[in-house]
Ligand binder design. Structure first.
Ligand code: ATR
Length: 273
């Protein structure tokens, strides 16, 4: 049966999710399709109810719909605490999940780096930082959140403290905190095109036992990751978070183990790499 899946957002034209999911369906011989739909916040409820009524398998949500969806679907506890939904499953009502944090967790763990018991410095306090901070704190990491607007880091760390260990500080604590961290995650837009020279840290701030994960994947090798290699530390590129958050949604919808390598290749092709 041809089950339809999709991603809703606005803008949505450049989403790589259709490439990734359609490649997975082809690889597994599943007759399902995945398409991008431009949906505004005011139309989200209708679009979700319509998709459910038409027998869609599920949808992903992206900017600006992730928070909006909380008032429409039943959020699972993790999505509820993150305050954002990126995956809706229609099997049993409309259940909302957030797979962004688990995407980051898998991207790091596939490199044989443990989250549990690690000291993790997250820079940024926006949507991506929230998802990663709640997931990693739940998984037993000791989190520090550093942000340009310090108050946002303090507020987020207070919230995250309800599920695990978290403290917050301003951006000027980054240097000292890196020295004491096992994993550094960049959740800011620094280094993203069209400003690829931006970076939250340079090689002199890092140590060889550090793992650096940059969620920016445009460009794939950001200035931060170039600095990481210069310092002899381990660099993890951002496209794997995209791949693994999609893989987790795929698993929730279909119950089938997703073909990670095929999904990764589809994303890299979509990025022109
Ligand atoms: P997302 O939802 O992708 O996480 P976001 O909510 O726009 O994106 O968050 C962007 C993050 O990048 C914020 O933490 C922002 O810091 P502020 O809260 O102080 O705005 C951070 N950021 C953006 N530009 C930055 C810059 N030039 N220097 C430092 N941090 C920056």
């Amino acid at each position: 049966m041809n089950t339809v899946y999709g991603v809703y957002g606005d803008p949505i034209a450049h989403s790589l999710s259709p490439n990734m999911h359609n490649a997975a369906f082809r690889e597994l011989g599943m007759e399902s399709t995945y398409q991008a739909f431009r949906v505004s916040s005011e139309n989200l409820k209708d679009a979700l109810l319509g998709a459910k009524a038409m027998g869609f398998g599920g949808v992903n949500l992206t900017v600006p719909l992730k928070q909006e969806a909380l008032g429409i679907v039943d959020a699972d506890p993790l999505a509820e605490s993150i305050g954002a939904i990126n995956t809706v499953d229609f099997k049993d009502g409309m259940i909302g999940y957030n797979t962004d944090g688990i995407g980051a967790k898998r991207a790091i763990e596939e490199q044989e780096i443990k989250i549990k018991g690690s000291k993790v410095l997250i820079v940024g306090a926006g949507g991506a930082a929230r998802a990663i901070a709640f997931q990693f704190a739940r998984d037993g990491a000791n989190i520090t959140i550093a942000n340009r607007t310090e108050q946002k880091a303090l507020d987020l760390s207070m919230e995250v403290s309800s599920v695990g260990l978290a403290t917050g500080c301003g951006i000027d604590c980054i240097k000292d905190m890196i020295a004491d961290s096992d994993i550094l995650v960049n959740c800011t837009t620094l280094g993203m095109k069209p400003n690829p020279e931006g970076t939250i840290a340079t090689a002199e701030d890092m140590h060889p036992d550090l793992t650096v994960f940059d969620i920016v994947y445009n460009p794939l090798e950001t200035r931060l990751l170039k600095e990481t290699k210069k310092a002899g530390a381990k660099a993890i590129t951002g496209e794997m978070m995209l791949v693994y958050q999609g893989a987790e949604a795929f698993r929730i919808w279909t119950g089938v183990e997703p073909p990670i390598e095929v999904m990764k290749q589809a994303v890299l092709e979509g990025l022109g790499i």
